[in-house]
Design a binder for this molecule. Structure first.
Ligand code: GLA
Length: 412
């Protein structure tokens, strides 16, 4: 059997040293960077495809982070280099950053500066380099980690003071979301950026995505001490291709918006679980495009998933983290059958992990590939890992990557 590939995180010193070296190579002729900043990827415990439905989500920050060394410029030029794209220097003028026009990985970076300017902040150009141990394209928010590392860097070099408290961080989240939606062109819902900027070590972040809430109302940090319960969160990067800029994610979002319009509510959050059956009947009766069944299943997922997320958080608050497994499993089945965003590789991880004794398992993130998670007793980690690896070997699939996810620090 192939031995499992563990995707280790870097120490803060290692990450900083990497980007300082890269900066010296790329832009060192003009001196040192102003500093080094970093932001984590995230893994979502439960609450999937709920953020853009004004629902609940429960992410934790990963120990895997994206590092940025940045030096501000006095002109509007943005020059970028990345260890992940060594042959691709990226350059633009901030004045030219425009929705629908700016392309490439630099859109995630320059888009943040653009969005901060749109929000009225004085932001100039900069030279920056990037390196990351967040697995790329794994559904673990490598793009949010990049945006959020840049956001705290620009906040610091321009003394905006936003990263100092949670309300300011919520403003940085909004800028990163605009960068991703409007400049990078991915219509995502905002959970990833909130996780990267607003999580805290040892906690899960219960996010309430209803519009108009204050920072205090929109996030609750729930102590999530897996080690004390003798548990581990195992993340499996299936290495199955995953892309959010493609049409499927946007289609799911549009379907939810259409269902809400048919039901006469501003978002699916407004449908209480006890009203669900009535709402589903109404949807089927009123939908005119012959897609009543699809609408019904999408809405059923969203409403039930929001309820599961609340229950999950309540169990964790009540010291019953060992009891959340059935909620994770139900979430996976719902994402697979009703929301139809799972993939063969994700189902394989879930089945193999549960078969080897995981307490619960589910796909995480947007789906269509990417990663799955399993809640595993410490003593079962090796057995579950081996079972997943064996299942992939047997199916003739490329080796997955494994990582452990103790809830970690936000962007700083
Ligand atoms: C992606 C998006 C998030 C969220 C999840 C699904 O990660 O970026 O906004 O919608 O998918 O829960």
């Amino acid at each position: 059997m192939t031995s499992p590939q563990w995707l280790d995180s870097w120490s803060a010193d290692d990450g900083a040293a990497r980007v300082r070296t890269l900066f010296a190579e790329a832009f060192g002729d003009d001196g040192d960077p102003d500093g080094v900043w970093s932001a984590p990827g995230r893994v979502n415990l439960i609450g999937e495809h709920t953020d853009y439905n004004a629902g609940l989500a429960l992410p934790v920050a990963l120990p895997h982070r994206t590092y940025v060394a940045l030096r501000s410029r006095t002109d509007g030029l943005v020059r970028l280099a990345s260890a992940q794209a060594p042959d691709e220097r990226w350059e633009t003028s901030l004045d030219e950053v425009t929705p629908g026009v700016t392309r490439g990985w630099g859109a995630y970076v320059a888009g943040v500066a653009w969005a901060l300017r749109e929000a009225g902040h004085e932001v100039t150009g900069f030279d920056a380099v990037v390196d990351s141990c967040v697995p790329f394209g794994a559904g673990l928010s490598s793009s949010a980690a990049l945006e959020c590392a840049v956001a705290v860097a620009l906040d610091a070099v321009h003394s905006l003071g936003l990263a100092c408290d949670d309300a300011g961080r919520a403003e940085l989240v909004a800028a990163c979301v605009r960068a991703e939606n409007e400049i990078a062109g991915a219509p995502t819902g905002g959970m990833d950026q909130a996780a990267s900027l607003r999580c805290s070590a040892g906690h899960a972040l219960l996010l309430d995505c209803r519009p108009g809430l204050s920072a205090l109302e929109s996030a609750d940090r729930v102590p999530f001490d897996l080690a004390a319960a003798g548990l581990n969160l195992l993340v499996v990067d299936t290495r199955a291709e995953h892309a959010l800029v493609d049409g499927q994610y946007a289609q799911r979002r549009a379907t939810c918006e259409r269902a809400a319009a048919i039901l006469g509510v501003s978002s699916l959050r407004e449908i209480a679980p006890e009203e669900l059956d009535v709402a589903l009947d109404k949807l089927v009766a009123l939908s005119s495009d012959g897609d009543g069944d699809v609408l019904r299943r999408r809405v059923r997922h969203v409403v039930a998933e929001i309820a599961r997320t609340g229950e999950f958080a309540d169990l964790v608050r009540g010291g019953r983290v060992g009891d959340v497994g059935p909620l994770m499993n139900a979430s996976h089945v719902s994402l697979r059958d009703d929301y139809e965003v799972s993939a063969r590789e994700l189902d394989l991880v879930v089945d193999a992990a549960l078969g080897a004794g995981a307490l619960g398992a589910r796909m995480t993130g947007g789906g269509f590939g990417g990663s799955a998670i399993a809640l595993v007793r410490e003593r079962d980690v090796d057995g579950v890992t081996a079972a997943v690896q064996a299942a992939f070997d047997e199916a003739g699939l490329a080796a997955p990557g494994f990582l452990l996810a103790p809830p970690s620090d936000p962007a700083h």
